[in-house]
Design a protein around this ligand. Structure first.
Ligand SMILES: [Zn+2]
Length: 160
């Protein structure tokens, strides 16, 4: 296990003694979404149980690391990171041309998933794929366009 000693501050801004941070583990930068080497710069001790780290990434962003103290070793482990940017999947130009509504709906579903809205993202992904299938059929199977205007997608798919 790698560790790093860092200095920090108490809530009133006065200097606080060095603490030991466990720096192993697979953390992902909340901005660039790449794995990061933990690079704690400093900390603030709000209470005995609330010690927050100031961290940085090579991508040029900084963020907060939330910690728990290990009672056996007295080291602090990082248990979570503050929020950065949502991760979004890149779709090829061809897919965007077939269904921009799919790309938009998929992106909104990813947003919901990363906010831990599991019911919403599940329904959103399903809806996104419905748009993709429907728009694909309309673009490449011209005769189906008429069927789609009159029927639900599932009925049309059974007729194909
Ligand atoms: Zn980063």
């Amino acid at each position: 296990m790698d560790t790093k000693n860092i200095g920090g501050f108490n809530m009133n801004g006065s200097p606080s003694s060095e603490i030991v941070i466990a720096t192993d583990g697979d953390l992902e930068c909340p901005f660039c979404h790449r794995g990061i080497e933990t690079q704690p710069l400093s900390y603030v001790r709000f209470t005995v149980d609330n010690v927050q780290l100031f961290l940085k990434c090579k991508c040029g962003q900084s963020f907060v690391g939330y910690t728990n103290q290990d009672n056996n070793t007295n080291r602090y482990n990082i248990t979570g990171l503050s929020k950065g940017k949502h991760k979004t999947k890149f779709f090829e130009k061809e897919i965007q041309e077939v269904s921009s509504t799919f790309v938009l709906t998929y992106g909104e579903s990813e947003f919901a998933e990363q906010e831990n809205l599991k019911q919403i993202c599940g329904a959103g992904y399903r809806r996104a794929f419905e748009f993709l299938i429907k728009d694909y059929l309309i673009k490449f199977k011209k005769k189906i366009k008429i069927l789609l205007k009159k029927n639900f997608l599932v009925i049309v798919l059974k007729k194909i």
